[in-house]
Write a protein that binds this ligand. Structure first.
Ligand SMILES: CCCCCCC[C@H](O)CC(=O)SCCNC(=O)CCNC(=O)[C@H](O)C(C)(C)COP(=O)([O-])OP(=O)([O-])OC[C@H]1O[C@@H](n2cnc3c(N)ncnc32)[C@H](O)[C@@H]1OP(=O)([O-])[O-]
Length: 648
């Protein structure tokens, strides 16, 4: 939907209208094209203004269409060219946002006027695709290769001021951009347009062009390992340098089709919508993210190993800023809400816990991870303050904050059980190192960071180890269940993790942060195998991955089946933000849907037959119910398997 309005002073207005964000659907595209044709054929129209309704220019192509056949030939690129070639000037009056395809429409216009608060950018890379409607060919011609590469490969959105400085916008205004755009259009009715057509420009030449591309390739490989879109974006931009426009746009299209059809694009677009769905939580009792009430903060405390040092650092100011904002912005609600603690263990520098008491005497615990110069804030339980501090909210029942440790335990058990059987510990890690499985390696580092003695104390309390263990209990069995005593043995040897300078890894010093594999552990494992007559064997990479991963997926199905998680999307968002699950794999539930539920079920049945003392491998009833339907789409799971009584 795009409206066409004839304005006084020989002008026509095309206004995009597709709430909530004026995304480009087939109907919108058709409407713009039709408006353009009307304006062209009306000889009384001398200039055209294009804008968006309700203060939003356009957030790009409707992401839903990438799962439809329309995506391979949207026609948006042709429209952008048609606008550029138009004999009547087109002025884009931009407000709110011009993102992705929205920015491409703006680049197709001959002039761009935007409100100072407008955000522009090409976020396509974050959706696993590229600006495939001429964006990769026009932006470098307009602002040069280095700046275009930066925006296109990062997906970074920038405010109008920066876009103006880069040369993307012609004018930035403080008042209504539509009014200004109309006024401006009246002044350029007879101006020549040739120099305003970006397609006619050549890409500004810079010395060392090859070196610039090599550097950016190296940078994105390091920054986004495993992701295919950033490198493909660079290739598309390279085409703007290597080829004339007509050839460049063909290469852009080929690369765009390759990405649109990739599994990574599907996963990343799924993650985009999953996050938005998960944030709109509600409970069966009727409490929801919209109706939750605000609670004032009465007390703030910080707990952590280096809190003394930390208090002087700039991070604390960020913490304070967040906390001080809480009373006016945050919504806490009732007894139900918990946000799960994400742990992202790449270059973790510090962990600490912040405790907040609200005016009504409730406590909320925030779990902070400091990543180099960045501060990330995560909540362990009982709050929705994430809205304030840009976290994801996941609704889980009270007391379910331990989901973090449940998932961690399952991941660790899976890896440890395999660990002891393989000849070389390196095999496990090199198998797990690939993409998704890196989370398993992180689990060991998380345990070292948190302190192995924490879990040890818990196990002693449960009578699984220590003095309360009944005499004669076999070392590797607790009842009928296989037990791995290795973490207990590490603690008995004083290996508590990072704090003692050794745990699963060895560190440069006690409390040190530089870790490396410890030969002690390999030696220990071979002695352990000898002691317990464990025959080392070659375990295939597939088996390692399947046993680790499918046990975890199985647990996620159990949680769904017990009504603990509201939907598969909620579980995936927990994994994306809580465990560093690679976004381009969508999360464990999405991943399961791509592998096929019956495949997962069959593999679990096989591994459970071989290891009947590992309960995590026993397929959950919910998975069995779903697999009986073949491989239904994830959106259908809860309808097909029945909605369990909610624990939320
Ligand atoms: C041969 C191949 C050719 C390829 C051609 C490629 C062409 C082009 O380059 C590709 C694109 O444009 S790709 C696109 C590039 N553009 C992007 O990547 C922009 C993605 N969007 C954003 O970054 C943010 O949503 C905004 C900053 C727009 C608003 O943020 P905010 O104020 O915090 O609000 P919010 O909560 O986030 O969203 C509100 C509602 O809007 C919904 N929705 C939003 N965008 C949508 C879209 N494009 N679509 C559909 N829906 C979209 C969102 O789901 C939500 O719906 P709900 O039902 O209420 O839950």
């Amino acid at each position: 939907m795009a409206e066409y309005l004839r304005l006084p002073h020989s002008l026509a207005l095309i206004r995009i209208r597709n709430p909530p964000v004026n995304a480009i659907s087939p109907a919108v595209l058709y409407g713009i094209k039709e408006g353009l044709q009307k304006a062209v054929s009306d000889h009384t129209v001398k200039a055209i203004v294009i804008s968006g309704a309700d203060g939003k220019f356009c957030a790009g192509v409707d992401i839903h269409v990438f799962s439809t056949p329309w995506s391979s030939d949207t026609g948006l690129g042709d429209l952008v060219d048609e606008m550029q070639r138009n004999k009547k000037p087109v002025v884009a009056a931009i407000e709110g946002m011009a993102l992705g395809g929205g920015l491409e429409l703006a680049l197709g216009s001959h002039y761009r006027i935007a409100h100072v608060q407008t955000e522009t950018g090409f976020p396509e890379v974050t959706l696993g695709i590229l600006p495939g409607a001429r964006g990769t060919q026009l932006l470098p011609r307009l602002i040069g290769i280095p700046a275009a590469l930066d925006l296109i490969t990062s997906g970074r959105c920038i405010l109008a001021g920066e876009a103006f400085k880069l040369g993307i916008l012609d004018k930035v205004v403080n008042s209504d951009p539509l009014e200004k755009g109309i006024k401006f259009a009246r002044t350029i009715l007879d101006q020549p347009l040739e120099c305003r057509r970006i397609m006619n420009k050549t890409v500004p030449n810079v010395p060392n062009m090859d070196a610039i591309f090599s550097e950016v390739f190296a940078k994105v490989r390091k920054q986004y390992p495993g992701y295919i879109a950033p490198e493909t974006c660079i290739r598309a931009v390279q085409a703007s340098v290597k080829h004339p426009y007509e050839v460049g746009i063909k290469e852009e299209k080929e690369l765009a089709v390759y990405l649109v059809e990739s599994g990574q694009a599907r996963a990343l677009q799924y993650a985009f919508f999953a996050e938005r769905n998960a944030n709109k939580w509600s409970t069966p009792s009727g409490v929801s993210w919209k109706t939750a009430s605000v609670r004032p903060i009465s007390l703030v405390g910080v707990l952590g190993k280096h809190v003394g040092e930390f208090l002087d650092s700039p991070h604390l100011h960020m913490v304070r800023a967040a906390i001080y904002l809480v009373p006016s912005g945050v919504k806490f609600c009732g007894k139900h809400i918990a946000v799960l603690a994400p742990l992202i263990l790449i270059q973790v520098h510090e962990l600490f816990i912040l405790c907040v008491r609200t005016g009504d005497g409730n406590f909320f615990f925030f779990f902070f991870v400091v990543l180099g110069p960045e501060l990330r804030t995560y909540t362990l339980s009982h709050s929705t303050s994430s809205q304030l501090i840009e976290m994801e909210n996941i609704l889980v029942p009270r007391g379910w904050g331990e989901v973090v440790s449940t998932f961690l335990t399952i991941s660790n058990n899976g890896t440890m059980n395999i660990h002891v059987q393989v000849l070389c510990r390196h095999t496990v890690f090199s198998s797990l190192r690939d993409s998704i499985y890196v989370i398993y390696i992180r689990n060991f580092r998380v345990s070292d960071l948190a302190g192995l003695d924490v879990g040890w104390k818990g196990r002693k309390g449960q009578g699984l180890t220590g003095p309360a263990l009944p005499p004669g209990t076999p070392a590797r069995k607790r009842g009928n269940i296989r037990y791995c005593p290795i973490p207990d043995i590490l603690c008995e040897s004083g290996r508590f993790g990072q704090k003692t300078g050794k745990g699963w890894y060895q560190y440069d010093k006690p409390l040190g942060r530089i870790h490396k594999p410890d030969p002690w552990l390999s030696k220990f494992l071979s002695q352990y195998r000898e002691t317990y007559h464990i025959e080392p064997r070659v375990i295939s990479q597939d088996e390692i991955l399947e046993r680790c991963l499918y046990a975890l997926i199985n647990e996620a199905f159990r949680i769904l089946g017990e009504g603990i998680a509201a939907s598969p999307e909620h579980i995936d968002v927990i994994y994306l933000h809580g465990y560093g699950w690679p976004r381009y794999r969508g999360g464990p539930m999405f991943y399961a849907s791509t592998v096929g539920l019956s495949t997962i079920l069959e593999k679990l049945q096989k591994y459970y037959r071989q290891n009947p003392d590992i309960p995590q491998l026993e397929p959950s009833n919910y998975l069995k119910k779903l697999a009986a339907h073949g491989n239904p789409p994830l959106k259908e799971w809860q309808r097909l398997a029945g909605t369990p009584s909610s624990k939320l």
